[in-house]
Write a protein that binds this ligand. Sequence first.
Ligand code: 5AD
Length: 344
Amino acid sequence: MFNKAFNYIKSGGNPDFDSIKALLLADEQQAEDLFDYAYKIRLQVFGKAVYLRGLIEFSSYCSNLCAYCGINASIKTDRYRLTDEQILECADIAYGFGYRTLVLQGGEDHQFRGKRITSILNMIKGKYPDIAITLSLGIHSYEDYQEWFAAGADRYLMRFESSDDSIFADLRPNTTLVRRLEALDDLRKAGFQVGTGNMVGIPGQTLDTLVNDILLLYKLYPDMIGIGPFIPHPATPLANYPHGSVFTTLKELAILRIIMPHVNLPATTALGTLSLDGQMRALQAGANVIMPNVSPESLRKLYAIYPDKAGSQEEAVATHNRVLATIARAGLEVDWGRGDSKLR
Ligand code: 5AD
């Protein structure tokens, strides 16, 4: 099963349900072949380059009720918002390290929308015109997206989380998969390089729904795909579910690299949280991006979307050095450019 599917996909065959499923079922040995082939493709497309994105978690306030998320609105926890000055300090740190992409990520916070975001973009782009800015702040109006793009935002991340509309509806009250996909469409129309993705092992997910996640990603063909294992947070309704599999996540990554050679694929923090060498193994299975956290050390633990997030007890410089070491161990090299999508 595996070999037939692997040869079919390697020969450029169109990804279909059965072949993706067979690849996801790869055992340890078959997976080594999958990872090696994905690594070979990444060398062809990107050489040894790994792109860095400095992540600023600017607000832990959120109005959503996502069942998996440790900062959802119903959870009683200390919360913070960064001031403009603090955001700029994070940008200074990131720029000083040499990063040329910043990711502004936060909950869906009523204090961070519309013109407030525009003014933050103006502030950062005014000081650092050569830095790319990625936004990750959820669903907003098409008009807002247009305004932010005009103010210099380059990219936008918004995972669809699960391609199964009933899983989505169970885990994300008050919104729908259709609305999320519509927003992704708006973002593209507004001009953004768009990133999306799913979680691996989210409660309710079966192998078949994971296959469909991959097929949806192929259909959307985004500029970037962020995937990571689900990690249960003790204060959420999903506290007692098992975490997602690192091995399955690595296989999904490798499959995505093989079927979409030019897509940007981060080695995510969630992988690094479940396994000390998770990010390195992701780089060796086709990932080409890492997003080091540059948020203030004292606040990091409050942005606990899942527990014990890798790097949540570190200063930015420690995170930076750890990430550089991971890249070197994977036999790869930092590319200090903006790392724009190769799909444009
Ligand atoms: N485990 C793993 N990933 C999570 N995310 C949110 N909560 C969790 C969790 N408990 C992911 C979602 C979201 C991204 C910012 O973090 O996929 O899009």
